[in-house]
Design a protein around this ligand. Structure first.
Ligand SMILES: [Fe+2]
Length: 267
Protein backbone atom coordinates (compact mmCIF):
# COMPACT_ATOMS: atom_id res chain seq x y z
CA UNK A 1 0.00 0.00 0.00
CA UNK A 2 1.35 3.42 -0.91
CA UNK A 3 1.27 6.34 1.45
CA UNK A 4 -0.98 9.29 0.63
CA UNK A 5 0.68 12.44 -0.59
CA UNK A 6 0.99 15.22 1.99
CA UNK A 7 -2.32 16.97 2.33
CA UNK A 8 -4.21 14.27 0.51
CA UNK A 9 -7.55 13.50 2.09
CA UNK A 10 -7.40 9.80 2.91
CA UNK A 11 -11.04 9.65 4.06
CA UNK A 12 -12.36 8.71 0.61
CA UNK A 13 -12.96 5.18 1.79
CA UNK A 14 -16.69 4.37 1.30
CA UNK A 15 -16.71 2.83 4.76
CA UNK A 16 -15.60 6.08 6.34
CA UNK A 17 -18.02 8.49 7.94
CA UNK A 18 -18.88 11.62 5.99
CA UNK A 19 -19.21 14.14 8.80
CA UNK A 20 -16.37 16.58 9.27
CA UNK A 21 -14.41 17.02 12.48
CA UNK A 22 -16.19 20.36 12.87
CA UNK A 23 -19.55 18.58 12.68
CA UNK A 24 -18.51 16.02 15.28
CA UNK A 25 -16.98 18.66 17.54
CA UNK A 26 -20.20 20.69 17.42
CA UNK A 27 -22.25 17.61 18.36
CA UNK A 28 -19.94 16.82 21.26
CA UNK A 29 -20.07 20.42 22.47
CA UNK A 30 -23.87 20.43 22.42
CA UNK A 31 -24.03 17.22 24.48
CA UNK A 32 -21.44 18.65 26.85
CA UNK A 33 -23.56 21.77 27.39
CA UNK A 34 -26.60 19.63 28.16
CA UNK A 35 -24.56 17.72 30.71
CA UNK A 36 -23.26 20.90 32.30
CA UNK A 37 -26.78 22.33 32.55
CA UNK A 38 -28.10 19.12 34.10
CA UNK A 39 -25.30 19.26 36.63
CA UNK A 40 -25.15 15.50 36.99
CA UNK A 41 -22.03 13.58 37.88
CA UNK A 42 -21.39 10.82 35.39
CA UNK A 43 -18.63 8.25 35.69
CA UNK A 44 -19.54 5.94 32.84
CA UNK A 45 -19.77 6.53 29.07
CA UNK A 46 -22.95 7.27 27.18
CA UNK A 47 -23.80 4.00 25.46
CA UNK A 48 -25.61 5.71 22.58
CA UNK A 49 -23.28 8.66 22.12
CA UNK A 50 -24.17 9.84 18.60
CA UNK A 51 -20.81 11.49 17.77
CA UNK A 52 -19.35 7.99 18.17
CA UNK A 53 -21.28 6.85 15.14
CA UNK A 54 -21.34 3.08 15.48
CA UNK A 55 -22.57 3.32 19.08
CA UNK A 56 -25.99 4.46 17.89
CA UNK A 57 -26.69 1.10 16.26
CA UNK A 58 -24.89 -1.30 18.53
CA UNK A 59 -25.54 0.05 22.01
CA UNK A 60 -27.55 -2.18 24.37
CA UNK A 61 -31.26 -1.37 24.37
CA UNK A 62 -32.30 -3.96 26.97
CA UNK A 63 -31.11 -4.57 30.52
CA UNK A 64 -28.12 -6.85 30.84
CA UNK A 65 -28.96 -10.52 31.12
CA UNK A 66 -28.13 -11.94 34.52
CA UNK A 67 -26.38 -15.26 34.20
CA UNK A 68 -25.07 -17.84 36.59
CA UNK A 69 -21.31 -17.24 36.74
CA UNK A 70 -20.61 -20.91 37.31
CA UNK A 71 -22.61 -21.83 34.23
CA UNK A 72 -20.69 -19.34 32.11
CA UNK A 73 -17.39 -20.74 33.38
CA UNK A 74 -18.07 -24.03 31.60
CA UNK A 75 -17.51 -22.36 28.23
CA UNK A 76 -15.96 -18.94 28.87
CA UNK A 77 -12.23 -18.14 28.77
CA UNK A 78 -10.43 -18.87 32.01
CA UNK A 79 -6.94 -18.53 33.37
CA UNK A 80 -4.80 -20.12 36.03
CA UNK A 81 -2.02 -18.55 38.04
CA UNK A 82 0.55 -20.83 36.45
CA UNK A 83 -0.39 -19.61 32.98
CA UNK A 84 0.83 -16.04 33.45
CA UNK A 85 4.59 -15.62 33.17
CA UNK A 86 6.20 -12.45 34.59
CA UNK A 87 7.86 -12.03 31.19
CA UNK A 88 4.45 -11.36 29.63
CA UNK A 89 4.40 -7.94 31.30
CA UNK A 90 7.27 -6.77 29.09
CA UNK A 91 5.98 -6.01 25.60
CA UNK A 92 9.47 -5.05 24.40
CA UNK A 93 11.03 -8.52 24.65
CA UNK A 94 8.61 -10.58 22.61
CA UNK A 95 10.75 -10.64 19.47
CA UNK A 96 14.41 -10.77 18.51
CA UNK A 97 14.95 -7.01 18.39
CA UNK A 98 13.88 -3.85 20.18
CA UNK A 99 10.61 -2.21 19.12
CA UNK A 100 10.75 1.34 17.83
CA UNK A 101 9.35 4.11 20.00
CA UNK A 102 9.40 5.73 23.41
CA UNK A 103 10.16 2.89 25.81
CA UNK A 104 8.16 3.34 29.00
CA UNK A 105 6.91 1.68 32.15
CA UNK A 106 3.19 1.90 32.90
CA UNK A 107 2.32 1.02 36.46
CA UNK A 108 -0.46 1.61 38.94
CA UNK A 109 -2.79 -0.10 41.33
CA UNK A 110 -6.10 -1.89 41.04
CA UNK A 111 -8.35 -0.59 43.81
CA UNK A 112 -11.87 -1.18 45.05
CA UNK A 113 -14.22 1.67 45.86
CA UNK A 114 -12.81 1.95 49.37
CA UNK A 115 -9.24 2.35 48.12
CA UNK A 116 -8.25 -1.17 49.08
CA UNK A 117 -5.85 -3.04 46.77
CA UNK A 118 -7.27 -5.86 44.69
CA UNK A 119 -4.65 -8.57 44.46
CA UNK A 120 -4.14 -11.53 42.14
CA UNK A 121 -6.21 -10.10 39.30
CA UNK A 122 -5.43 -10.71 35.66
CA UNK A 123 -4.70 -7.41 33.90
CA UNK A 124 -4.42 -7.59 30.11
CA UNK A 125 -3.30 -4.79 27.78
CA UNK A 126 -3.32 -4.32 24.02
CA UNK A 127 -2.18 -1.33 22.00
CA UNK A 128 -0.99 0.05 18.69
CA UNK A 129 2.72 0.39 17.99
CA UNK A 130 4.62 3.68 18.07
CA UNK A 131 3.37 4.47 14.55
CA UNK A 132 -0.26 3.93 15.55
CA UNK A 133 -0.65 0.57 13.79
CA UNK A 134 -2.24 -2.54 15.29
CA UNK A 135 -1.22 -6.07 14.40
CA UNK A 136 -4.74 -6.83 13.25
CA UNK A 137 -6.22 -7.69 9.88
CA UNK A 138 -8.75 -4.85 10.10
CA UNK A 139 -6.02 -2.25 10.57
CA UNK A 140 -4.67 -1.64 7.09
CA UNK A 141 -3.95 2.07 7.29
CA UNK A 142 -0.59 3.11 5.82
CA UNK A 143 1.54 3.21 8.96
CA UNK A 144 4.34 0.66 9.38
CA UNK A 145 4.04 -2.53 11.35
CA UNK A 146 6.95 -3.12 13.73
CA UNK A 147 8.39 -6.64 13.40
CA UNK A 148 9.55 -6.36 17.02
CA UNK A 149 6.23 -5.34 18.53
CA UNK A 150 2.94 -7.23 18.81
CA UNK A 151 1.31 -4.98 21.40
CA UNK A 152 -0.21 -7.43 23.86
CA UNK A 153 0.73 -8.25 27.45
CA UNK A 154 -0.67 -9.40 30.74
CA UNK A 155 0.20 -9.74 34.40
CA UNK A 156 -1.34 -10.52 37.76
CA UNK A 157 -1.69 -7.77 40.34
CA UNK A 158 0.66 -8.07 43.29
CA UNK A 159 -0.43 -8.21 46.94
CA UNK A 160 -0.51 -4.39 47.03
CA UNK A 161 -2.81 -4.37 43.98
CA UNK A 162 -0.09 -3.07 41.67
CA UNK A 163 0.50 -3.96 38.06
CA UNK A 164 3.47 -3.01 35.91
CA UNK A 165 4.10 -3.18 32.17
CA UNK A 166 7.13 -2.27 30.07
CA UNK A 167 6.16 -1.21 26.56
CA UNK A 168 6.48 1.61 24.02
CA UNK A 169 4.19 4.58 23.78
CA UNK A 170 1.50 3.96 21.16
CA UNK A 171 0.85 6.47 18.40
CA UNK A 172 -2.50 8.02 17.45
CA UNK A 173 -4.34 6.38 14.59
CA UNK A 174 -7.18 7.15 12.13
CA UNK A 175 -10.44 5.25 12.64
CA UNK A 176 -13.04 6.45 10.07
CA UNK A 177 -15.74 7.50 12.54
CA UNK A 178 -15.87 10.68 10.48
CA UNK A 179 -13.65 12.35 7.91
CA UNK A 180 -10.08 12.61 9.20
CA UNK A 181 -10.94 11.11 12.60
CA UNK A 182 -7.93 10.32 14.83
CA UNK A 183 -7.88 8.56 18.16
CA UNK A 184 -5.69 9.93 20.96
CA UNK A 185 -2.85 7.58 21.92
CA UNK A 186 -4.18 4.98 24.34
CA UNK A 187 -3.66 1.54 25.82
CA UNK A 188 -6.59 -0.84 26.20
CA UNK A 189 -6.88 -2.49 29.61
CA UNK A 190 -8.93 -5.50 30.67
CA UNK A 191 -9.42 -6.50 34.29
CA UNK A 192 -10.69 -10.02 34.48
CA UNK A 193 -12.27 -10.21 37.94
CA UNK A 194 -13.03 -13.45 39.71
CA UNK A 195 -14.85 -14.88 36.72
CA UNK A 196 -15.59 -13.96 33.12
CA UNK A 197 -18.90 -12.22 33.92
CA UNK A 198 -16.98 -9.60 35.92
CA UNK A 199 -14.54 -8.66 33.17
CA UNK A 200 -14.13 -4.93 32.63
CA UNK A 201 -12.47 -3.19 29.69
CA UNK A 202 -11.25 0.39 29.59
CA UNK A 203 -8.63 2.66 28.02
CA UNK A 204 -5.71 4.63 29.44
CA UNK A 205 -4.59 7.89 27.83
CA UNK A 206 -1.49 10.10 28.04
CA UNK A 207 -1.36 13.59 29.54
CA UNK A 208 -1.70 16.60 27.28
CA UNK A 209 -2.88 14.78 24.16
CA UNK A 210 -4.12 17.38 21.64
CA UNK A 211 -6.72 14.92 20.31
CA UNK A 212 -8.76 14.70 23.53
CA UNK A 213 -11.20 17.42 22.51
CA UNK A 214 -11.73 15.86 19.08
CA UNK A 215 -12.31 12.23 20.08
CA UNK A 216 -15.91 10.98 20.45
CA UNK A 217 -14.87 7.90 22.43
CA UNK A 218 -12.99 9.93 25.04
CA UNK A 219 -15.77 12.53 25.06
CA UNK A 220 -18.48 9.87 25.44
CA UNK A 221 -17.57 10.07 29.11
CA UNK A 222 -19.37 13.37 29.47
CA UNK A 223 -18.26 14.08 33.04
CA UNK A 224 -14.94 15.96 32.94
CA UNK A 225 -13.69 14.51 36.23
CA UNK A 226 -14.37 10.96 35.05
CA UNK A 227 -12.60 11.72 31.75
CA UNK A 228 -9.59 13.03 33.61
CA UNK A 229 -9.33 9.78 35.54
CA UNK A 230 -8.61 7.98 32.26
CA UNK A 231 -5.38 9.96 31.80
CA UNK A 232 -2.16 8.58 33.27
CA UNK A 233 0.29 10.84 35.07
CA UNK A 234 3.91 11.14 34.04
CA UNK A 235 5.88 10.02 37.11
CA UNK A 236 9.60 10.65 37.19
CA UNK A 237 9.96 8.13 40.02
CA UNK A 238 8.77 5.42 37.63
CA UNK A 239 11.36 6.26 34.96
CA UNK A 240 14.68 4.44 34.71
CA UNK A 241 17.86 6.40 33.91
CA UNK A 242 19.11 5.97 30.35
CA UNK A 243 16.33 3.46 29.74
CA UNK A 244 12.70 4.54 29.79
CA UNK A 245 10.06 7.06 30.81
CA UNK A 246 7.31 6.21 33.29
CA UNK A 247 3.57 6.71 33.74
CA UNK A 248 1.27 5.92 36.63
CA UNK A 249 -2.42 5.07 36.38
CA UNK A 250 -4.75 3.52 38.96
CA UNK A 251 -7.92 1.60 38.10
CA UNK A 252 -10.84 1.93 40.51
CA UNK A 253 -13.45 -0.81 40.21
CA UNK A 254 -16.42 0.63 42.07
CA UNK A 255 -17.76 3.78 43.72
CA UNK A 256 -17.96 7.41 42.64
CA UNK A 257 -14.37 7.39 41.36
CA UNK A 258 -14.86 4.26 39.32
CA UNK A 259 -12.82 4.11 36.13
CA UNK A 260 -14.89 4.28 32.97
CA UNK A 261 -15.36 0.87 31.40
CA UNK A 262 -16.71 0.02 28.01
CA UNK A 263 -19.68 -2.23 27.37
CA UNK A 264 -18.55 -3.50 23.98
CA UNK A 265 -15.72 -3.33 21.51
CA UNK A 266 -14.73 0.32 21.43
CA UNK A 267 -11.58 0.78 19.41
FE1 LIG B 1 -7.38 1.30 20.24
Amino acid sequence: MTSPAPGQDVAVDPLAGTASQADISAEMAAIGRQHDEAGDVVTQPRLDYAPYRSSTLRHPTLPLVRVDPEGVEREAPAFGHRDVSPLEADLTIQHHGEPVGERMIVTGRLLDGEGRPVRGQLVEVWQANAAGRYVHQRDQHPAPLDPNFTGVGRCLTRPDGSYRFTTVKPGPYPWKNHRNAWRPAHIHFSVFGQDFTQRMVTQMYFPGDPLFDLDPIYQSVVGPAARARLVAAYDHDVTRPEWCTGYRWDIVLTGTHRTWTEPGDAR
